[in-house]
Design a protein around this ligand. Structure first.
Ligand code: MRU
Length: 354
């Protein structure tokens, strides 16, 4: 019999006209929620990593649009849509790589296009943002079930960054697969890369798994090659920030290296992501914009300089894994084995004819 699905964390909620975000910079030491009543502050929160992870960024931006509509209504500005468009642009400029941000803003724009006044825009955008949040959790549960089916019992999995409840509306993409696989008794436990420089693995993934009673061992990225050679791991399971039309996948820096190591050691490599992460407008990985973050994130640790004075830092937040290194792409609309341009086009055609 399956154990109950472990799923206790929700990072985003909206109540009484206020957006609440669990401040992910403070975890695991402190569980604090920040309250937001303005769209500009939400854009800053995304940029500053209060909330992060591709689907969570998109959902947060959608609620940011609701706040912009509320502001326009409350200030009684004559051209509500012009004011909201400024907020849309500001939210779009917060982080460049996760396509879910732009997908969410496009959806909200389409909702606003059907509204004739600020009151209507508040009601309609709020309903759309809540739907996006609920749909995301539902999609994650479907991905979890489908991905877990691919994992045969008896070994552990390795994951990178944080792809869990914190990175989504709840439950998680790759971590959703891991939650489901654990509930079905298919994995012995989880190895998690600490994920320099933001330590999403050490701070967030480890925290989520501990909360839900799933055994986790952390490793520094440099230990991954030895781990994959050891035979302890059957799958590397990761999420995605943007998947190009040919299956090339941008995810947290270090993912590409793991994919090469997995292939070398006969370990399979799974990407779990909702179809909103597929960017059919970008033909291949070379076209995916990669966010460069401040060198200080590499040179410092917890706000303290650790690198030699005078050293510079190179800090791309994401890298691109070529599709040929990916064994399975798990979406809420099914699993694509060996994703490539043809297989992703077929997935799109299947979804559109439903
Ligand atoms: O810089 P971050 O923490 O936003 O990066 C997050 C990741 O790379 C995740 O793996 C990705 O967004 C998938 S989250 C379900």
């Amino acid at each position: 019999m399956n154990a109950p699905l472990p799923d206790s964390i929700r990072p985003i909620r909206f109540e009484d006209g206020t957006l609440f975000l669990l401040d992910q910079r403070r975890l695991p030491q402190a569980q604090l929620e920040n309250a937001y009543r303005g769209a500009a502050e939400v854009a800053t929160a995304i940029r500053d990593m209060v909330v992060r992870g591709a689907p969570a960024i998109g959902i947060t931006a959608a609620f940011g649009v609701v706040l912009a509509c509320q502001e326009a209504r409350d200030q009684g500005v004559p051209h509500w849509r012009t004011a909201v468009d400024v907020a849309l642009d500001r939210l779009a400029a917060s982080r460049p790589t996760a396509v879910n941000l732009f997908w969410a803003l496009d959806r909200m724009r389409a909702v606003l296009d059907r509204c004739t006044g600020a009151d209507e825009a508040v009601t309609a955008s709020l309903a759309a943002a809540h739907r996006m949040l609920a749909d995301d959790i539902e999609a994650n549960r479907r991905m979890g079930a489908a991905g877990a089916e691919l994992i045969e019992s008896g070994r552990a999995v390795l994951t990178h960054c944080n792809t869990g409840s914190l990175a989504t509306g709840g439950f998680g993409t790759a971590l959703g697969v891991i939650r489901s696989a654990w509930a079905k008794g298919r994995i012995q436990g989880v190895f998690a890369d600490e994920t320099r420089p933001w330590l999403q693995g050490a701070r967030l993934t480890a925290w989520e798994l501990v909360q839900d009673g799933i055994p986790v061992q952390l490793l520094c990225e440099g230990a991954a090659a030895s781990l994959l050679r050891s035979g302890k791991v059957s799958w590397v399971v990761v999420g995605a920030d943007r998947i190009a039309a040919n299956g090339d996948t941008a995810n947290k820096i270090g993912t590409y290296g793991l994919a090469i190591l997995a292939r070398e050691h006969g370990v399979r490599f799974m990407v779990a992501a909702p179809v909103s992460t597929i960017d059919y407008e970008t033909p291949d990985g070379a076209g995916i914009p990669i966010e460069m973050r401040p060198p200080s994130e590499v040179l410092d640790l917890a706000g303290q300089r650790v690198a030699a004075e005078g050293a510079g830092g190179w800090n791309p937040a994401f890298d691109v894994t070529p599709a040929r290194l990916i064994d399975a792409l798990v979406t809420e609309h099914g699993v694509v084995m060996h994703p490539d341009r043809q297989a992703l086009a077929a997935l799109r055609a299947r979804i559109e004819t439903r």
